[in-house]
Design a protein around this ligand. Structure first.
Ligand code: G3P
Ligand code: MG
Length: 251
């Protein structure tokens, strides 16, 4: 498993718990803390612009009614997701994927783009994200890892822009998930922490793929996973894991 240049630690949803999720402020915070990689979630607006957001509904992050696939990019980009998190972030809007990638490139952050399609838009979201990446000149593109819980999205993005590293996302290990990752040509299986066992990590690694784990918010859990040989940790508390990140070589 050579040629891997991803650090152990990825700040989850841009800046973890330090900033409103899936925002440019989060990317800045992650870089400022010393993170070398981030993860964020991407969904399509009604007019097919990829934007950073986790839920279909705006309520949790913006405190507003409405769902992403019903709203135009103009409406989403004018949606404040900072104020609801903390008044200090008032005016922090939903960003486009394009802007987030440019920020990652400028800040030297590797970007795990999680394709998070609204229901019914799985393949389309993969195609649009792929087309955007395809159109970016290589010298303006950050290091990218594509991931999704959606098999259709992972297939579509590969069709659109072949050859970029991809990871299948699952809540928990299963032999079926591992088989799907191989069938899709993925480089990694990204799994939830809850219920994860050393034997699961071993099964994935012995088949030639990497394991990345979400969401790891304590040093104790992180150290255990490092002992198990995992390659990546998504964290809401990157501040707690930076020392470990510096210790563990790419693997
Ligand atoms: O990609 C890892 C993690 O982000 C997956 O879960 O729900 O936080 O997108 P979620
Ligand atoms: Mg995610």
């Amino acid at each position: 498993m050579s040629g891997w240049s991803w650090p152990l630690l990825l700040a989850h949803r841009c800046g973890g718990a330090h900033a409103p999720e899936n925002t440019l402020a989060g990317l800045s915070l992650a870089a400022r803390l010393g993170c070398r990689a981030v993860e964020f979630d991407v969904m399509l607006s009604r007019d097919k612009i990829p934007v950073l957001i986790h839920d279909e509904a705006l309520m949790r992050t913006a405190g507003l009614p409405g769902v992403v696939p019903d709203l135009s990019a103009a409406q989403l980009l004018a949606t404040d997701v900072g104020r609801h998190f903390h008044p200090a972030f008032s005016g922090e809007m939903i960003p486009t994927l394009e802007l987030a990638l440019a920020a990652c490139h400028q800040l030297g952050l590797a970007a795990n783009v999680e394709i998070k399609p609204a229901a019914g838009f799985e393949a389309e979201t993969g195609h649009v994200v792929g087309a955007l990446l395809e159109a970016l000149p290589e010298d303006a593109r950050p290091e990218v890892l594509l991931s999704s819980f959606s098999i259709e999205a992972l297939q579509a993005v590969e069709q659109q822009v072949p050859g970029l590293p991809r990871a299948v996302l699952v809540e928990g290990y299963s032999p079926e998930a591992l088989a799907a990752a191989h069938q899709l040509g993925c480089v990694s299986v990204n799994m939830g922490l809850s219920g994860l066992e050393a034997a699961h990590v071993q099964a994935v690694q012995s088949s030639g793929l990497r394991v990345m784990v979400y969401t790891v918010n304590t040093q104790e859990a992180a150290r255990r996973l490092v002992e198990w040989g995992v390659s990546g940790l998504f964290s809401d508390r990157p501040d707690l894991l930076l020392a470990l990140d510096a210790e563990v070589p790419f693997r």
